[in-house]
Design a binder for this molecule. Sequence first.
Ligand code: ADE
Length: 244
Amino acid sequence: MNFHVLTLFPDMIRDGFQTSITGRAAEKGLLSLQTVNIRDFSVNKHNRVDDYPYGGGAGMVMQAEPVCRAYESVRSRIHGSARVLYMSPQGKVFDQRMAEELAREEDLIFLCGHYEGIDERVLEEIVTDEVSIGDYVLTGGELPALVIMDAVSRLLEGVLHNEESAQFDSFHDNLLEYPQYSRPEEWRGKKVPPILLSGHHANVEKWRREQSLLRTRERRPDLLERAVLTKEDKKFLAKQDGLC
Ligand code: ADE
């Protein structure tokens, strides 16, 4: 996977990416990151890339030409087509399913805006997907791009170690994770659930599944509706409701 990020703040992207698991994966050659500073493509002697909005209003708008030239510099280095993700609160809301879909691509181009947005004409020309990371407004697209790159990276072969495997994560099957405990057995008077100390693998698995079901129902009933439940799962939940 090759990530290409068009941004006014390349250091922010590189610093965020180099840290932790994504940085380790890049060092191993499992993925790569290229940042392109849109300011390097300014067509203005003051190196500006923004201007006043036509029609008036607050704030500045990023101009079409520098964004387009930055994009073309990336395109010339990629063979074949590549999706261009514009980070914007107006976009489709990012989720695990989208992460799984994006992880199948060879190259992904991220476009990070600032100020009051980017001239619509260049967006119409180059953007394939407008993506939001949630219903709140950030100061720019850099953090959303890092969020998406992180979620996509950890799905790629070899990025996570076996023990960190993405296979059994929350959201993978629309169920939240069960609670986890580590040593000591008793901490400030709070004991680890005895079943986890029993050494009985099948019972532990059953308990964990039930905890996932209960958590999801309590915290995210919307997810539970989309989860694939077994006969045993349904029976367990019904029993909790005193239905059988
Ligand atoms: N840019 C500003 N806010 C954003 C959000 N919530 N998601 C994606 N890009 C953004």
